[in-house]
Write a protein that binds this ligand. Structure first.
Ligand SMILES: Nc1ncnc2c1ncn2[C@@H]1O[C@H](COP(=O)(O)OS(=O)(=O)O)[C@@H](OP(=O)(O)O)[C@H]1O
Ligand SMILES: Nc1ncnc2c1ncn2[C@@H]1O[C@H](COP(=O)(O)OP(=O)(O)O)[C@@H](O)[C@H]1O
Length: 228
C-alpha cells in the first residue's frame, strides 16, 4: 500500500479531490483532506499483512456467508486480523435505510465498498459478502480500492440458480415463486455474473471445505507483505 495514509492521492503532492457516487466530485465545497502521520505502510508492517477487500458476490443461497465465515475463522486461527461485512447484517444498521430497488442496491454496494476500503486501509482483511448483483457497482468498488492501492479480489460464488433454489436456506425462493416476495434476485430481479473475477468458487459442485481452502490460498497470497 502507499506511503501516505488514507489519501485519495497516494503519494506526495496536493491531494486529488475525493470522488463520491459514480466517481463524481464531493457534494461539499471547502473540504480539505487531513493526512495522518501513521502511514498505511506502517500499519501493514505492524499487523504483518496487507489489508485488503475480498468481495464475494453470488445469488442468495450460493454460499457467500458460509465462505465468509470459513475464511474469517481460518484467518483468525492464523493470527491475521479480518472482519466480515455481510449484506444481511449491514441492513440492520449502516444500510437500514435501504431496500431492494436497483437504486438502493447501488447505494448499498457503494456505501459498503467505501467502509470496506477504509477498514482495509487500517490493515484489516475485509471480507464483504453481498449479493451485489450489478457488474458496474462491483467495478466501481474495485476501481476505488485500486485507486488508493488497496488490494482487491472479486470472488464469484458460482452456484447456479437451480442449486440455490433447491437449497433455499431461508425459504425466500419459495416466497418469491409464490409472489409473496417481489424483486427477488434471480427470480424477478437481475443478477449479472462477474466477467473477470479473481477467484471462482464452484460452491454448487465442490465441498465447502475445498472451496474455503481455494479462497484461503488466494487471500494469503494477496495479503502477504511479500506481495507489496
Ligand atoms: N428482494 C430481495 N432480493 C435479494 N435478497 C433479499 C431480498 N429481500 C431480502 N433479501 C435478503 O437480503 C440479503 C441480500 O442483501 P444484500 O445487501 O447482500 O443485497 S444486495 O447486494 O444489495 O443486492 C439476502 O441474503 P443472502 O441470502 O445471504 O444473499 C436475503 O436474505
Ligand atoms: N460448497 C458449498 N459452499 C457453500 N455453501 C454450501 C456448499 N455446499 C452446501 N452449502 C450450503 O448452502 C447454503 C448456503 O447458504 P449461505 O452461506 O447462507 O449462502 P448466502 O450467504 O449466499 O445466502 C448453506 O446451507 C451451506 O451449508
Amino acid at each position: 500500500m502507499s506511503g501516505t495514509s488514507n489519501s485519495p492521492s497516494p503519494d506526495s503532492g496536493p491531494a486529488a479531490p475525493a470522488t463520491t457516487k459514480g466517481g463524481s466530485l464531493p457534494e461539499s465545497a471547502n473540504i480539505t483532506w487531513t493526512k495522518t502521520r501513521v502511514t498505511d505502510a506502517m500499519r501493514c508492517e505492524r499487523l504483518g499483512q496487507r489489508g485488503a477487500v475480498i468481495w464475494m458476490t453470488g445469488l442468495s443461497g450460493s454460499g457467500k456467508s458460509t465462505m465468509a465465515v470459513g475464511l474469517d475463522a481460518h484467518l483468525y486461527e492464523a493470527g491475521k486480523p479480518s472482519f466480515i461485512l455481510d449484506g444481511d447484517n449491514l441492513r440492520h444498521g449502516l444500510c437500514c435505510d435501504l431496500g431492494f430497488s436497483s437504486e438502493d442496491r447501488h447505494e448499498n454496494i457503494r456505501r459498503t465498498g467505501e467502509v470496506a476500503k477504509l477498514m482495509a486501509q487500517s490493515g484489516i482483511i475485509v471480507i464483504c459478502s453481498l449479493i451485489s448483483p450489478f457488474d458496474e457497482d462491483r467495478r466501481k468498488v474495485r476501481e476505488s480500492c485500486l485507486r488508493d492501492a488497496v488490494p482487491f479480489a472479486e470472488v464469484f460464488i458460482a452456484a447456479s440458480l437451480n442449486v440455490c433454489e433447491q437449497r433455499d436456506p431461508k425459504g425466500l425462493y419459495a416466497k418469491a415463486r409464490s409472489g409473496a416476495l417481489k424483486g427477488f434476485t434471480g427470480i424477478d430481479s437481475p443478477y449479472e455474473p462477474p466477467q473477470a473475477a479473481e477467484v471462482i468458487l464452484q460452491t454448487g459442485v465442490n465441498s465447502p471445505e475445498a472451496c474455503i481452502q481455494q479462497l484461503v490460498a488466494h487471500v494469503l497470497a494477496l495479503t502477504s507483505l511479500k506481495a507489496a
